[in-house]
Design a protein around this ligand. Structure first.
Ligand SMILES: [Zn+2]
Length: 293
């Protein structure tokens, strides 16, 4: 997970900007009447997430009934609120699109901040708009994401307890200390297993959230596949080192690579991979060989 800069735009202003081009005057007026609710809900989100209490935010309980059902005192339907996002924020040439693009581009290297591997391809609602329509265009509920990490099947529709809140790239910073590790399985070819191993001194809730983030987003599955490909590419280098200086040369080469990776990104899957193979004697002594089919 990579921390990225939290958008500074005011939520109510963003919401009102999104509806400026709406031609249905009646709808526009009704939406303007819930603008203060947007501000309140946005503030509530910003306060509660800092305390890991998002489960306390009231969600839209009529979602399962009908998308046409009126909410917020009968002022608007769920669909009408959600369309502020689709038509006023995400649509090309809509008033909100400038901010949409800014948020998408805020992810360094265009990498998804949740998995820090796949490319950003969509906008994720940290709390989904179906259950939290008031947060549909709240900037800090919107996170640039890869399509897979945004997929509903991976994530709970709403957190029911603090440990279910996956890491939020605007609020959580877990990049200062090592928590992503890997181990080498002595199979043929070698396989790499990744796991979250937060520092002992972290509070237990943050440890649980990091482990849940890793598990819910199936990051071991993602990183293991990438590591398998990396090992194929690495075989030639390891063999060359081995031919020159035996297992010690392989170890030394891998230690240097691991250190370089660690300096770049302490919790990347590459750092975890190279750190694991750098200390595995079995790997240095020929475990790097990929059996030919
Ligand atoms: Zn991702």
């Amino acid at each position: 997970m990579r921390k990225i800069t939290k958008p500074k735009e005011d939520s109510k202003t963003v919401f009102l900007n999104c509806i400026t081009d709406f031609s249905d005057q009646d709808l526009k007026t009704r939406l303007e009447q819930i603008a203060s609710l947007i501000a309140t809900s946005s503030q509530q989100f910003d306060n509660l997430i800092r305390e890991n209490k998002l489960c306390l935010i009231e969600r839209n309980k009529v979602y399962k009934a009908t998308k046409e059902e009126r909410i917020f005192g009968g002022l608007v339907t769920i669909n009408e609120v959600k369309e502020v996002y689709t038509k006023g924020f995400a649509a090309k040439d809509s008033p909100g699109r400038v901010l949409y693009d800014e948020i998408i581009l805020s992810a360094p290297y265009s990498k998804c901040p949740y998995c820090f591997h796949r490319n950003v391809g969509t906008m994720d609602h940290y709390l989904p708009k179906a259950y939290y329509p008031l947060l549909s265009v709240v900037p800090f509920n919107l996170v640039p994401s890869c399509i897979r990490c945004n997929t509903g099947e991976l994530r709970a529709s709403f957190p029911q307890q603090p440990s279910e809140e996956i890491l939020h790239p605007y609020y959580d910073d877990v990049e200062k200390e090592l928590w992503l590790r890997a181990e080498v399985k002595h199979t043929s070819p070698a396989t790499i297993n990744f796991f979250a191993d937060p520092p002992e001194k972290w509070d237990s809730l943050l440890k649980d959230r990091v482990r849940n983030h890793f598990s819910i987003l199936k990051l071991n599955e993602l990183y293991s596949i990438e590591a398998a490909l990396e090992l194929i590419n690495l075989e030639g280098q390891c063999q060359a080192q081995y031919n020159m200086g035996g297992a010690a040369a392989v170890k030394s080469h891998l230690e240097e690579t691991a250190e370089s990776r660690k300096v770049a990104f302490i919790n990347s899957w590459q750092t975890a991979l190279y750190s694991a193979i750098a200390i595995d004697n079995w790997f240095h002594n020929g475990g790097f060989v990929i059996p030919k089919k």
